[in-house]
Design a binder for this molecule. Sequence first.
Ligand SMILES: [Zn+2]
Length: 374
Amino acid sequence: MVKAVLAMYWSRLGSLNALQLTRPAQFWKSWLDGPLCSADSQGRVVARMEAASLRQGIHHVYERLKRNKALPDLYGLAVAVLDGHETSASYRRCCTGCLKRTTNSGQTQFYHRNVTLMLLCASPPNRPAVRLLLDLEPQQPGEGELTPALRLLERVLAAYPRAFDLLLADAYYAVAPFLNFLLGHGKQAIVVLKDERRDAYEDAAGLWAQQPPQLGSYASRNCRWWDLRDLLSWPDVHGTIRMVRSDESWTVKPQRTKERTLQTSSWVWLTTLSVAQARTEQVVRLAHLRWDIENHGFNELVNDWYADHVYRHQSQAIECFLLLAFLAYNLFHAFFALNLKPELRRGRTMEFWVRLIAADLHAVPRFALPHAPP
Ligand SMILES: [Zn+2]
């Protein structure tokens, strides 16, 4: 059942019914050593799978890659990123795990949301970087996002005690319970600080005005950086906090107007990292990687892998299908980056390999077609 669902994700079929249509393919005989189940049985069995065993499967892949030195540190640190993600929304269907909200039109909408952790790595020599989706924790009805995030971290830190030193997160996590939890486990954090919180922190505002900026660059942007160290007065945090600000400017030339226009952005991050652990420039580069979970994780899972599709609307099924999507994602990226020889990978996109796998699933022997066209 696991192998059949993995093949469904790798070939990006998008539904159990589409998977069922490939039943006559020769491929299943060699891949499963037997026939493929019906869509209904497949959904029923996944709904009863133990999420813990699927998590062990993901851990096994991580362990093998780690042992083979395929997951190098980033700027001298092992880095992970955490974020919340909504997977589905419906006005009609709900289950015991559904969260509820009232829309502007007064309708009740049901949805599922989870907190996900992704491991980020540098590129091994001559290979693309591999990112691993390590785990997820569903948000339960009545909970805020912080509760499942801490539950997820408890489990991940027990299973992967040395997988990361630094955790990146968005502005929602710029709160003492989150930072203290990480410091208590010997881990560091970089979190975004939003405008309203920045203004509230007058110390920093005053200090920025006094300190001349360092000039630097990030991804062809010109930057001005301020690095305020050893801030002892961040409310309720058990440790010193550092605040790094980056004002960035760059030009773009839109195809339509062909006129160069200046773009700017200003970021402020809170971090528990000391200067000895990361210089200003490293903090800025690491902080920008917070978007990797959106760009390479959620966006790819939703648009390319159809991982947000509700394969069976039941909370355990949704969790297990997502964990299987994580396993499929990790194996596929490890295969693409590390297993394929560079000369085979060169000039062939990921899409090419997806189509190659899908072609195998659609190679139906002629005689197996129920009503062959005349
Ligand atoms: Zn539901």
